[in-house]
Design a protein around this ligand. Sequence first.
Ligand SMILES: *[C@@H]1O[C@H](CO)[C@@H](O)[C@H](O)[C@H]1NC(C)=O
Ligand SMILES: *[C@@H]1O[C@H](CO)[C@@H](O)[C@H](O)[C@H]1NC(C)=O
Ligand SMILES: *[C@@H]1O[C@H](CO)[C@@H](O)[C@H](O)[C@H]1NC(C)=O
Ligand SMILES: *[C@@H]1O[C@H](CO)[C@@H](O)[C@H](O)[C@H]1NC(C)=O
Ligand SMILES: *[C@@H]1O[C@H](CO)[C@@H](O)[C@H](O)[C@H]1NC(C)=O
Ligand SMILES: *[C@@H]1O[C@H](CO)[C@@H](O)[C@H](O)[C@H]1NC(C)=O
Ligand SMILES: *[C@@H]1O[C@H](CO)[C@@H](O)[C@H](O)[C@H]1NC(C)=O
Ligand SMILES: *[C@@H]1O[C@H](CO)[C@@H](O)[C@H](O)[C@H]1NC(C)=O
Length: 466
Amino acid sequence: MRSEICVIAIFALLVVGSSGRSRARAETVQPSSSLGKCEVIRDKLAKYQSVCKKIIQDRRRHIQIYDNLARNLQFNNTHLQSTIIEHAATIISRNDLLVNCEREAKEREKKLCSLGIALNSTLIQLRESNETVAALSSQNALLESELSEKKAEIDKQNETIDALSTLVGNQNSSVLELKQANMLQLKELADHQNTINMLQAELVRSNAAVEALGKQNDELRAQLSASNASIKHLNELVEGYGSCCQASSCVAFGASNTVHMIQVSGVPDPFQVLCNSQLAGNGWTVIQRRINGEVDFYRSWDEYKRGFGNVTGEFFIGLERLHHMTKDTPQQLYVWLEDFSNNTRYASFDDFKIGSEQEAYALLSLGKHQGTVGDAMRMNRGQKFTTFDQDNDADEVNNCAELRHGAWWYDHCGYSNLNGFYAEADLEYDYADKGIFWADDDFHESDYSLKSVIMMIRPKVSKETL
Ligand SMILES: *[C@@H]1O[C@H](CO)[C@@H](O)[C@H](O)[C@H]1NC(C)=O
Ligand SMILES: *[C@@H]1O[C@H](CO)[C@@H](O)[C@H](O)[C@H]1NC(C)=O
Ligand SMILES: *[C@@H]1O[C@H](CO)[C@@H](O)[C@H](O)[C@H]1NC(C)=O
Ligand SMILES: *[C@@H]1O[C@H](CO)[C@@H](O)[C@H](O)[C@H]1NC(C)=O
Ligand SMILES: *[C@@H]1O[C@H](CO)[C@@H](O)[C@H](O)[C@H]1NC(C)=O
Ligand SMILES: *[C@@H]1O[C@H](CO)[C@@H](O)[C@H](O)[C@H]1NC(C)=O
Ligand SMILES: *[C@@H]1O[C@H](CO)[C@@H](O)[C@H](O)[C@H]1NC(C)=O
Ligand SMILES: *[C@@H]1O[C@H](CO)[C@@H](O)[C@H](O)[C@H]1NC(C)=O
């Protein structure tokens, strides 16, 4: 650009020079030399050249300055721009602040207003309070006068108190005495406490003792139960005695298996009985026994009435005695059976009762059956006694005593015949239905004659006597 400016400057000089020349030509039309003229032009050109040089230098300097200015300006411009931006931001924030300030100012104003109201009301209250205070002051004055009156009263009371004090002083001595008494009582109380403690310990021991006693009690109860058993036994024994301490049954002889005298009410004289305690417990009185065939049992009514045989061997006790023995005292009947193979069975009944001679010594009752062999006497219940010479049986054609070769409470002869013919051994068929039999499907039928029979009775022990 500078070079362009310079070219323009030189061209301008040339234009200026040529016009000068034409003026010079006009001047040099004179006959001066043309060489002079060229020298002048040359000088002028040199002058122009220096001028041009100077101009160029200026221009360069100016360009320099302009460049600097431009640079400076640009810098300032950007600076200003950033400054402007900053200012704008500042203005915005200031504006915000201003808005806030305005809002706050309004709020303040509001608060101030409300505070003013509050203040006003406070003032009103204060005024009222002042009035109240004034009222109170007047009241206070009144109270003070009252107080002074009260003080006077108190003074009076003080005197009374003084008087009372001396009284208290006197009482103090009694209090002292009471205190001493109290001390004594406290001591006594402590003693009582000790006693209580001791008693409590004793109670604990007692509890243990009670526990031990409980155990002992249990033992005693067991013993009592045992005692009850022996009392029962003794009662049985007692029951074995009739009036005047004479035994009325084998119960009186306890565990006896021998012959004893008994006296049965209704029977004129005492008589011998065999006792048995081997088969079914103590106290049984044997009423009939078959063991060896030594004694003939095919006997008359009169003999069965009185009894017969050997009390240590085979015998029948007698229907009259049996009637009196079973008349008033309920009796159990125990029938023991043995065959020739030494097998044994028993049947027992709990209410055995024989009628009087007028009743033909009927089997009035037998009671409940129980045992290891069946009830072969079930047909005989209620039947009268029959002997070969006195036919009381239910068989209207025959005498069962003859048919069975015995004497019994026959009906249509029935299933039992314990007073039958004694066979030396089981004589099947030969003496069928005539031997000693107790018919039972599970034992022997009427065709088997047994080896041994024992019939015995014992009083039922009544519950009332226990
Ligand atoms: C640029 O700013 C400086 C300082 O603020 C000042 O002296 C100068 O004159 C300014 N230049 C232009 C070209 O405005
Ligand atoms: C307070 O009470 C005075 C006069 O008693 C009244 O001029 C003033 O406006 C009240 N100010 C307000 C805030 O109510
Ligand atoms: C309350 O009473 C006191 C003096 O008794 C007085 O100085 C004060 O101004 C009163 N205030 C008003 C609210 O009346
Ligand atoms: C009453 O007596 C007591 C002492 O006895 C004393 O301290 C008190 O001030 C008395 N009171 C008056 C009202 O005299
Ligand atoms: C009574 O006795 C108590 C203590 O026992 C004592 O403090 C009190 O002053 C006594 N009062 C008088 C009147 O002696
Ligand atoms: C013993 O017999 C009596 C009455 O006879 C009865 O009250 C008691 O409970 C019996 N005691 C025992 C332990 O059997
Ligand atoms: C009675 O029977 C026993 C045993 O069978 C016998 O020893 C005794 O001699 C008999 N006595 C009489 C008198 O028959
Ligand atoms: C039955 O017992 C008697 C005596 O107890 C004995 O002599 C006899 O040999 C026994 N009979 C049988 C078949 O066991």
